[in-house]
Design a binder for this molecule. Structure first.
Ligand code: SF4
Ligand code: ZN
Length: 441
């Protein structure tokens, strides 16, 4: 059982996903009675369905629901060519695996975009290669640096530095569409789950943003002729079940967080819906049904009178756009202008000395690791406590540089980025303590 990157404590497995707005997800691995289907040991309880299922029956249930969702929403036919957008995270991994089982005869291609995110993108690439080899699915890897000469990390130099996920999403959508057209896929499947859909719909509803709700439909017809139809086969699957599915089927999956993802606890609408779910286990399904069956048809009926937005081809990349130049190309152009001026983001250093005087050393490893050995006079705030304890560093914000370190440089890179966004002069110790072992106390 491989648990690198997971926290495992008292039979409860916990995994932290750095994805926007999502905090820790807990998986309980203990037996919880007998399986409602086969009477083996059950490991997962689906309260909304009043079922307890063993690993095998849960996986069968999961695949059946994917098949049913595809059929109910008429997402594709057996003769279509499907492209699956892979990120290496739990949702897209569960999507590819379950689609392959649900539709063994259908032609499926997978795409992965290497976004050039340090300590992250190469790791995910290894996982998706392994997954596609196991499933015998052709995989196309698009390396952003090689193809377009920039990375997502480069956007830290731009005004989008506090909206990295938004710019990243715009770029990924554009490239996945382009790749689907390239392989002649008429369907592009993405891993949006029930929780993503319902919480985004609720937020949009609360902001009166009805057009966004409309765009959250499980099936979006092609925006331009020859472009793929976009489908979400996991739209009826609760998020935690993707994680169970991936774990119980031992699929290769993301084992570390994106340094640009939020590290703040789950909050806002998402946490509200999760709380509601404790009393009403089927609330996410009910909300989805109300939006889909009642609100979206109402919005669509009403929008007929309004002026429809015309979609054309972007003058630069040819992808769908509501203006001459699409959102992706506009952002990339802004980046290129800045890149010409600045060379690199000097966030990583190889030694403490490089920073000169007035340096605070911040150890983001666990309390136990810090006690066993650390750099002299370092402060310890473990990475998973940064979101609540970063204020302890406030007195140094204007006066000191903060050198963040961990064992490998991976966790500390992510924390240094967060601190920069909070206005600190933060740096990462490249390759972590392993590079300066002899200075340890
Ligand atoms: Fe996901 Fe990272 Fe891109 Fe945000 S920046 S969308 S967390 S890959
Ligand atoms: Zn464009």
């Amino acid at each position: 059982m491989k648990l690198v990157g997971f926290l495992f404590y008292n039979n409860v497995m916990q995994i932290n996903y750095g994805k926007c707005g999502i905090g820790a997800i807990k998986l309980n691995l203990t037996s919880i009675g007998k399986c409602s289907e086969c009477k083996e040991d059950a490991v997962i309880e689906l309260k909304y369905a009043k079922k307890k299922l063993c690993s095998k029956c849960f996986s069968d249930f999961f695949v059946r629901r994917v098949r049913r969702t595809v059929e109910e929403f008429k997402m594709f036919k057996a003769t279509d060519r499907i492209a699956v957008a892979l990120s290496g995270g739990k949702d897209s991994v569960a999507l590819l695996h379950s689609l392959k089982l649900a539709f063994p005869e259908t032609e499926i291609h997978a795409f992965y975009i290497n976004l050039g995110i340090k300590y992250y993108s190469d790791h995910l690439q290894e996982k998706v290669i392994k997954l596609c080899e196991n499933l015998k699915v052709p995989l196309e890897i698009y390396n952003l640096m090689e193809e377009e000469e920039y990375t997502i990390d480069d956007f830290l130099m731009t005004k989008y530095k506090s909206k990295m996920c938004s710019v990243c999403g715009t770029i990924k959508r554009n490239i996945f569409t382009k790749l689907s057209i390239k392989v002649g896929a008429n369907i592009l499947a993405t891993g949006h789950n029930l929780d993503d859909t319902v919480s985004t719909m609720m937020s949009a509803f609360m902001n009166g943003d009805f057009e966004s709700i409309r765009r959250l439909k499980p099936v979006i017809p092609p925006l331009l002729p020859g472009h793929p139809k976009k489908v979400k086969p996991l739209v009826t699957t609760p998020e935690i079940e993707d994680l169970y599915y991936v774990y119980l089927n031992k699929l290769p999956v993301q084992e570390c967080n994106c340094p640009h993802g939020e590290i703040t606890p789950i909050k806002g609408v998402k946490s509200l819906i999760d709380k509601l779910e404790e009393e009403q286990p089927d609330v996410k399904f009910r909300l989805f049904s109300v939006f889909r069956r009642q609100l979206i048809p109402l919005i669509e009926k009403n929008s007929i009178q309004k002026e429809e937005i015309t979609i054309t081809s972007c003058k630069i990349c040819g992808m769908p756009s509501s203006s001459e130049i699409c959102a992706k190309c506009r952002r990339v152009n802004e980046l290129k202008e800045i890149k010409e001026k600045k060379h690199n983001i000097d966030i990583e250093v190889l030694s403490i000395e490089e920073l000169g005087s007035n340096v605070i050393l911040l150890d983001v490893r666990t309390k136990e690791e810090h006690i066993i050995s650390s750099l002299p006079n370092s402060i310890n705030i473990p990475q998973d406590e940064i979101s609540t304890r970063w204020k302890e560093l406030k007195p140094y914000r204007k006066t000191h540089k903060i050198l963040v370190f961990c064992n490998s440089g991976r966790k500390s890179y992510s924390v240094a980025l967060k601190l920069r966004n909070l206005g600190f002069k933060a740096y990462n110790l490249k390759n972590g303590l392993s590079s300066i072992q002899n200075t340890l106390t």
